[in-house]
Design a protein around this ligand. Structure first.
Ligand code: ATP
Ligand code: MG
Length: 351
C-alpha cells in the first residue's frame, strides 16, 4: 500500500516535470502500449491522457513509419533518431529521439521518445537553399550573355563596324543588370539582418511620392503615362523611415509604369484610417492573374519572366516593398483584374 502511494507520487512528479517541457514526450512499455504522454504531446497530436492506457501507440497516432521505428528501438534496445513529416493535423517535421530504458530484473522496461519540432528550422534551411539557387540562376543569365558577346567581339566582330557597338551595348545592358541585381540582393539582406527597428521621422507622403516620380524619369513619358497624385497638401504627416518609404513608392510606381499600357495612368492616393495611413498605387495596366497574387511578393517571382527581364526587372522589387512595410509593422496587399489594372495598397500604423 505504502509502495503504491509512493509510486503514485513519483509518477505525479515525473508527469509534472514532463508537462513543463515544450517537446512532446511519450513512454511506451515493451508491448508498445503508451504508459505516459506529456502535455506538449497531447496538444501536438490531439491525444488525451485518458486514451493512453486503452490504446496501443499505433492506434493512437496512426503513423506506420513512426510505429516501426519505435518497434525497432524496443527490439534492439538501442537509442535511435529519426526525422519524420507528420500530420498533426497540420504538417510538421519532427526529429524524434527514442531511448530504451530499464532492467530485466526490475521488470520496468520500455522506451522514452522525445519529439523535437524542427519544422521552422527545416523551412528556413530550404528557403536559404532556394534563395542561393535563385540568385545563381539570375546571375548566370546576364553573365552568359556578357561572356558570349565578349567572345564574339574578340573572335573578330570587333572589326565589324555594323555590329561592334551593338554588341558592346548588349554587354553594357547586362553589366547594368548585374549591378542592379546585386544591389537589390544586398538591400534585401541588409533589411533581413537588421534587428533594429527603422529610424522614423514625420514627413509629408507627397514628398516621398514626388521623389519617386523624379527617380522614375523618362520611363513614364516614353509610354505617355499620366501620373496623378491625389494626396491633399494638408494630409497629416506620416511617421516612417523616409528613405525606405521612397523606395516603396519607387518600386510600386516603377511597376505601375512598366506594366502599364500606352497612354495609361498611375494614381497615388492616401486615406486616414483609425489604424493609420492607407496608401494605394493604382494603374490601368495589364493586371495580375488571381493565382499569382499570393506569390508576387516572393523574391524573384515574376508573372511573365521573359517580359519582366526584357524590361530590366529582377523580381525583387515587391519583396523589398513587403519587407519595408513589415519593418514598419504595416501590411501590403494587391487587387487586380486582368487587362484592367492593378492596385497595390499598404498601411502604415500611426506611430
Ligand atoms: N503593377 C503591376 N501590374 C502588373 N503586373 C505587376 C505589377 N506589379 C508587379 N507585377 C508583376 O509582379 C512581378 C514581380 O514584381 P517585382 O516588382 O517584384 O519584380 P519586377 O518588376 O519584375 O523586377 P524589379 O522590380 O526587380 O525591377 C512582376 O514581374 C510582374 O509580373
Ligand atoms: Mg518591380
Amino acid at each position: 500500500m505504502v509502495d503504491e502511494i509512493k509510486e503514485k507520487k513519483r509518477r505525479g512528479q515525473l508527469k509534472a516535470m514532463l508537462d513543463s517541457m515544450v517537446e512532446g514526450v511519450i513512454v511506451l512499455d515493451t508491448s508498445g502500449k503508451l504508459t505516459l504522454v506529456n502535455r506538449a504531446f497531447e496538444e501536438i497530436f490531439g491525444i488525451k491522457e485518458e486514451q493512453v492506457s486503452e490504446h496501443s501507440f499505433i492506434e493512437a497516432v496512426r503513423n506506420p513509419e513512426l510505429d516501426s521505428f519505435l518497434k525497432d528501438v524496443l527490439e534492439t534496445q538501442r537509442t535511435r533518431e529519426i526525422e519524420l513529416e507528420m500530420i498533426t493535423p497540420v504538417e510538421r517535421v519532427f526529429k524524434i529521439r527514442a531511448t530504451f530504458f530499464g532492467k530485466e530484473e526490475e521488470g520496468k522496461k520500455g522506451l522514452i521518445a522525445v519529439f523535437y519540432d524542427v519544422t521552422e528550422i527545416r523551412k528556413l534551411e530550404r528557403s536559404k537553399t532556394d534563395f542561393v539557387a535563385n540568385v545563381s540562376h539570375e546571375l548566370r543569365t546576364p553573365l552568359a550573355s556578357i561572356k558570349g558577346f565578349t567572345e564574339t567581339l574578340l573572335d573578330g566582330a570587333l572589326e565589324d563596324k555594323e555590329n561592334n557597338r551593338k554588341f558592346l551595348g548588349i554587354i553594357q545592358e547586362n553589366v547594368n543588370r548585374l549591378d542592379r541585381l546585386i544591389s537589390d540582393i544586398l538591400e534585401l539582406s541588409k533589411m533581413e539582418s537588421a534587428r533594429l527597428k527603422p529610424v522614423k521621422d514625420f514627413f509629408k507622403i507627397n514628398d516621398a511620392v514626388l521623389k519617386a516620380v523624379e527617380m522614375l524619369g523618362p520611363g513614364s513619358k516614353k509610354k505617355n503615362i499620366k501620373i496623378e497624385i491625389k494626396i491633399p497638401e494638408n494630409f497629416p504627416q506620416i511617421y516612417a523611415n523616409k528613405d525606405m518609404l521612397e523606395q516603396v513608392f519607387i518600386n510600386l510606381m516603377d511597376n505601375a509604369v512598366k506594366f502599364n499600357k500606352e497612354g495609361g495612368s498611375v494614381t497615388v492616393e492616401a486615406l486616414e484610417t483609425p489604424a493609420g495611413v492607407k496608401v494605394s498605387v493604382k494603374d490601368t495596366g495589364l493586371g495580375i492573374p488571381k493565382e499569382d497574387h499570393a506569390r508576387i511578393f516572393e523574391r524573384f517571382y515574376r508573372v511573365d519572366k521573359g517580359r519582366s527581364r526584357e524590361l530590366g526587372g529582377t523580381g525583387l522589387g515587391l519583396a523589398i516593398v513587403k519587407h519595408i512595410i513589415e519593418l514598419h509593422d504595416g501590411t501590403v496587399g494587391v487587387e487586380s483584374e486582368i487587362n484592367e489594372g492593378t492596385t497595390f495598397i499598404f498601411t502604415i500604423p500611426k506611430e
